[in-house]
Ligand binder design. Structure first.
Ligand code: LLP
Length: 468
């Protein structure tokens, strides 16, 4: 295989050393031990695989905590520079387990949940309900009732029908529920670009043009307290432009709403991007936070209103870079495409059931052999899973040492967000366990599924007499 065949995407360059760990992509502290084995949080990949098996989600607790602290400090500093304060909610949809909730709440974050299930996990972790925000475009009446009952700090309203449902649930309990109004700023930012349209064709929130009417209705309902506007413009966003445009549009409406009553908070959602491969270059969160809050403050000054409390909901930013997935290589297969092109398929023991993002979004990842280093020249490979779909790709294109072989452990970095939370049992492949590493030790924080777990839900399974 030549170094630059058309099989190589533009972004990918042949590395000088296909064992090297790019600091921008691997969790802080990831390194090679003297024998060449990858270590995460001070625990070697071979030890992890021996103790817990593969595939395995590995979360570095130290990194999650440090990233939560850093985000908190960045938004606090940005807010303080303009005489206000910041609320930082961890968006649990990125990765939710009781342990992770404890880590981020310990570090001063509140929690954003988007279903009754996520709410249950946050509560089971002991999160203070008053520091939980509850999202969703179709919360059930039971979910709303539960949220009101436990006293969640804010419910983010998404439709006219929901205003009435939340008001009724709060009235029935004789409480006043604090709510936010999800608006659609018309700015829809994705990945490296943003697109502004007046009327977004999507399911979330109210058009900004309806905000005053909607808030007026809420203010007539004695069981609701309107706390502010909420907006989320997209996910895995790299630059500031989309956030700034959205903030400007929101403050304009926020100012009009402030004329007829206090509006305490402006929540600008999450969406801060991370590096998945060496070519990704996300803006540091300090820079993003400072820029966004400065834009909010400038817009408020221009309208002669005080700067509100600013709220944010980072998910991926906190957990994405802290996660690594470990797999074992099962087969290596050269596939001849035509006379002079061959693609090497490296199959691992997981795939789209533990990471749906390549199949869903064409997401790009990188990989390294974790169990050893190699001096053999690197070769272009495609890492694929074990599922019955040709789109079951783990890493579309990567250079690995040319002697990659069955039995090697393969590690894929930046899998901490939206991999476990989007996982499935496709092909009845059990979901892997999640192991937390920190300071040289490892412990299971979510146990892996077994075949018995999978069979336990099948109402037609008959008890067997003994085994054969
Ligand atoms: N707040 C709201 C209201 C959201 O809808 C989301 C994400 C977040 C915060 C957190 O966004 P983050 O900071 O994590 O980008 N499954 C997709 C991402 C879906 C994001 C949905 N909402 C993916 O794997 O890329």
């Amino acid at each position: 295989m030549s170094a630059h065949t058309p099989l190589v995407p533009d972004r990918l360059e042949q590395p000088e050393d296909a064992n090297a760990l790019d600091a921008g992509v691997w969790p802080d502290g990831a390194m090679r031990t003297p024998s060449g084995v990858l270590a995460i949080g001070g625990v070697s990949a071979t030890d992890l695989a021996t103790r817990f098996g593969t595939p395995l989600y590995v979360m570095d607790e130290t990194v999650v905590r440090a990233r939560a602290r850093r985000a908190r400090a960045a938004f606090d500093a940005a807010a303080a520079a303009h005489g206000t304060t910041a609320h930082v909610y961890y968006a649990g949809k990125a990765f939710l387990s009781t342990e992770v909730v404890r880590w981020v709440t310990d570090e001063g974050l509140a929690v954003d949940v988007a279903s009754g299930g996520e709410l249950a996990v946050a509560l089971a972790a002991g999160a203070d309900p008053r520091r939980i925000g509850f999202h969703g475009n179709n919360k059930s009446v039971a979910e709303i009732s539960r949220a009101v009952e436990v006293g969640v700090g804010s419910i983010i309203l998404d439709s006219d029908i929901e205003i009435e449902r939340v008001a009724a649930a709060a009235a029935a309990r004789g409480v006043i529920q604090s709510v936010r109004v999800r608006v659609n700023s018309g700015v829809h930012a994705e990945t490296h670009d943003f697109l502004a349209t007046a009327h977004e064709d999507q399911k979330f929130g109210f058009p900004l043009s309806r905000a005053e009417e909607v808030v007026a209705r809420i203010r007539t309902l004695p069981s609701l307290e309107f706390g502010g506007l909420h907006c989320h413009i997209g996910s895995q966003i790299f630059g500031t432009a989309g956030f700034l445009e959205s903030a400007a549009r929101l403050v304009e409406v926020h100012a009009r709403l402030s004329a007829s009553g206090e509006v305490r908070v402006l929540n600008l959602g999450g969406g801060f991007g991370i590096a998945y491969t060496s070519t990704d270059d996300p803006t540091p969160i300090e820079e993003l936070a400072a820029g966004i809050v400065a834009a909010v403050a400038a817009e408020c000054a221009a309208r002669g209103i005080p700067v509100p409390v600013v709220a944010f909901e980072p998910g991926r930013l906190i957990v994405g870079p802290a996660g690594v997935t470990l797999y074992e290589v099962g087969t290596v297969k050269p596939v001849h495409l035509d006379d002079d092109r061959t693609r090497v398929y490296v199959s691992v023991d997981g795939g789209m059931s533990d990471n749906a993002r390549p199949a869903l979004y064409g997401a790009q990842y990188s990989a390294r052999i974790a169990s050893r280093t190699s001096t053999v020249d690197s070769a272009l490979v495609r890492v694929v899973g074990k599922h019955c779909e040709s789109g079951d790709i783990v890493v579309d294109a990567e250079y690995l040492p040319g002697d990659v072989a069955p039995g090697d452990l393969l590690a894929v970095p930046a899998t901490g967000a939206y991999c476990f939370s989007l996982s499935s049992n496709y092909n009845y492949v059990p979901r892997p366990p999640v192991v937390a590493v920190a300071d040289g030790s490892a412990r299971v924080i979510v146990r892996g599924e077994t075949i018995d777990d999978l069979l336990s839900r099948d109402a037609g399974v008959r008890p067997t007499e003994g085994s054969e």
